[in-house]
Design a protein around this ligand. Structure first.
Ligand code: ARG
Length: 446
């Protein structure tokens, strides 16, 4: 317990923080960022001659010890000390005495918490991007195996045209590639150091903000102290990236639910990603897919929650801003877990080639190919060919038109243009995908 004359106790006057104002349960997850921010600040203060080298040294040693205590589970968290910042500072005071009181020179919890949150978003954005790359890799591997697997493609969930199943999987590969980029953008949006903004107006000491930025791995320092302590746009950007990713995951999962139904039977989920019913012995339910679809709403809720917290806030820091972290962390946890589950589901699913091929049989699904044939062979305008084939497929004029023997494989092979479903094109897309993921690996993304 910090003694009653500890400098940190004066922050809250004589009263203990109530459960209502405390945020420790949530923000203790930023302990690494909080400690890293404090170490960089202490180093900078010493470099600038604002505190002594020996005080900086004991502050840094103390902070490193606190990190060890937290990581080994020995740290004695005190909810009455409100948040992560005060918990760390109070423990530092216990460990090193008065020198601890010099750490908060030229710093406010306002620029401190903004710094912590930015470091945190940079880390989780990077983790989520890696999770997107892993899912892309699983999709690529399954696509490569299924370039010649024929399945019906759907519009309006009605059988439309035959496609390569790899082409289907590569559609999702594209989506998660865009999501990886969105997480990169969220990371860039968090990549600005607020430290040095003080409570709102800056600091009276000769700080070297660029030095602190460099120590913490930020590429820039904030330009306006009042904006810096109240800006949470980087949190919006992260949760938006998470929301968009959940949209794509939810679509993938909806397809998986459909494909794994008995009516379709296109895939079989592995035991790890399906569960039985407590009552009906025959059931294999796609619970993971359904839960990912269901959790999408939570992440959207987080986005709305932070948007609503920010609207109408007067400059600068307001305590409302403490409400940013529960939705941020929940969104991050949810999207990361959902990406990982989807990766396993895709990697382990069994593709039922026969069932897929059966769904792509019949002349209806080749109707567009017949119309194209009439356009080519009889130089009919497409609209006229369309009308003839429509009548034919309805069984109204079976012998009036002379149609070639086209198979679903012919139909697919004919779509041999960039972006099309012909096996040669899809193979190129898969190879291009491996190249993209290799570059991403060289950039250290996963
Ligand atoms: N727990 C607070 C938060 O998360 C830290 C900043 C508090 N600053 C203040 N002036 N009360 O926003």
């Amino acid at each position: 317990m910090a003694s009653s004359d500890s400098p940190t106790s004066s922050i809250r006057g004589s009263e203990l923080a109530s459960d209502f104002t405390a945020s420790l349960d949530i923000d203790r997850r930023m302990y690494r960022e909080d400690i890293a921010g404090s170490i960089a600040h202490a180093e900078m203060l010493a470099k600038q001659g604002i505190i002594s080298e020996s005080d900086a040294k004991s502050i840094i040693n103390g902070l490193n010890q606190i990190r060890d205590e937290i990581e080994s589970g020995e740290f004695n968290w005190k909810p009455e000390l409100e948040d992560i910042h005060i918990n760390v500072e109070a423990r530092l005071y216990e460990l090193i005495g008065d020198a601890a009181g010099r750490l908060h020179t030229a710093r406010s919890r306002n620029d401190q918490v903004a710094t912590d949150a930015r470091l945190y978003v940079k880390r989780i954005a990077t983790e989520c991007r890696a999770a997107c790359r892993h899912l892309q890799r699983a999709l690529l591997d399954r696509a490569e195996e299924n370039i010649n697997t024929i399945v019906s493609g759907y519009t309006h969930l009605q059988r439309a045209q035959p496609v390569s199943f790899a082409h289907v999987l590569m559609a999702y590969y594209e989506m998660f590639g865009r999501d990886a980029e969105s997480f990169t953008q969220a990371e860039a949006s968090a990549d600005i150091l607020p430290l040095g903004s003080g409570a709102l107006a800056g600091a009276t000491y000769p700080l070297d903000r660029n030095f602190a930025a460099e120590r913490l791995g930020f590429s820039a320092i904030s330009a306006n102290s009042m904006d810096a302590v109240s800006d949470r746009d980087f949190i919006l950007d992260f949760i938006f990236a998470a929301s968009k990713t959940m949209t794509h995951l939810s679509r993938l999962c909806e397809d998986i639910v459909i494909w794994s139904s008995e009516e379709f039977g296109f895939i079989r989920l592995s035991d790890a990603y399906s569960s039985g019913s407590s009552m009906m012995p025959q059931k294999r339910n796609p619970d993971y897919a359904e839960l990912i679809r269901g959790k999408t709403g939570r992440v959207y809720g987080s986005l709305i929650s932070v948007l609503t917290t920010l609207k109408g806030l007067p400059l600068t820091y307001n305590r409302d801003l403490q409400e940013d972290k529960p939705p941020l962390m929940d969104a991050a946890d949810t999207v990361a877990a959902s990406l990982t589950a989807a990766t396993g589901m895709i990697a382990e699913m069994t593709v039922r080639i026969k069932q897929m091929e059966t769904a792509s049989q019949g002349r209806e699904i080749l109707a567009t190919d017949y119309a194209d044939h009439l356009v080519r062979e009889q130089t009919l305008p497409f609209r006229e060919a369309y009308v003839q084939v429509a009548a034919y497929t309805r069984g109204e004029s079976a012998d009036e038109i002379d149609l070639p023997n086209i198979t679903p494989a012919d139909s697919i092979a004919a779509r041999d243009i960039p972006g099309g479903t012909a096996p040669s094109q899809v193979r190129q897309a898969v190879m291009h995908g491996y190249g993209e993921l290799w570059s991403a690996r060289l950039r250290g993304e996963w």
